[in-house]
Design a protein around this ligand. Structure first.
Ligand SMILES: Nc1nc(=O)c(N)c(NC[C@H](O)[C@H](O)[C@H](O)COP(=O)(O)O)[nH]1
Ligand SMILES: [Zn+2]
Length: 179
């Protein structure tokens, strides 16, 4: 999760979303395959209003010269996604939520390419209320695991573009005395 947090710190702060970081990892296997970092991503890394998880998939699609929805065929089985904030389930108009992007990634034998998602924090209800995404992932057989211990740092980075608590009072314009 630390690597994902390091990625999140690279995201340009904005008041209208969170700075999130993600990475895709092929875990080591009993038959000796070493753990391998497949891709990293952070919010707004790729052009457009892109999310961290989405950037991982975009970069892999570029690497494999395929469409984003076919990236799954190039992923080893049981690929793991680390994301500092749980994948979104609702986006602004015209953007596919990251939960749906994860679910569409299938291996060549039709299995979910991503088998496990580690999240640093649940999504605060700042923008979209309750994020129902975890349920959809679990229903598809994807394990969602909360990694405790970095919540404060993750949220501080995520909100780095948001107005500071109480800041609004300091910048209130003096009320004109009419006239
Ligand atoms: N998991 C996750 N990764 C990200 O990279 C990111 N920026 C968010 N943020 C969630 C937040 O709810 C949405 O950013 C707002 O709802 C605005 O939605 P848009 O991003 O404009 O579609 N969540
Ligand atoms: Zn998202």
């Amino acid at each position: 999760m630390q690597l994902a947090l390091d990625e999140a710190r690279k995201s340009p702060p904005k008041p209208t979303n969170f700075c999130v970081g993600a990475c895709l990892v092929a875990p080591h296997t009993p038959d000796g395959r070493d753990e391998q970092l497949l891709a990293t991503g952070y919010t707004l890394e790729c052009s457009g209003n892109t999310h961290a998880e989405q950037c991982c998939f975009i970069k892999l699609a570029q690497r494999y010269s395929c469409d984003e929805q076919h990236v799954g065929q190039h992923l080893p089985s049981h690929t793991v996604l680390y994301t500092t904030m749980e994948p979104c389930n609702k986006r602004s108009v015209g953007n596919l939520p990251c939960v749906d992007r994860i679910l569409m990634l299938k291996t060549s034998d039709g299995m979910q390419a991503i088998g496990k998602v580690y999240v640093g924090v649940s999504e605060p209800d700042t923008f979209v209320g309750v994020n129902e995404g975890k349920k959809k992932l679990v229903q598809a057989g994807i394990e969602v695991v909360h990694v405790p211990g970095l919540e404060e740092e993750i949220l501080a980075v995520a909100r780095s573009g948001h107005p500071k608590e109480g800041a609004s009072e300091q910048h209130q314009l003096p009320v004109s005395s009419g006239g």
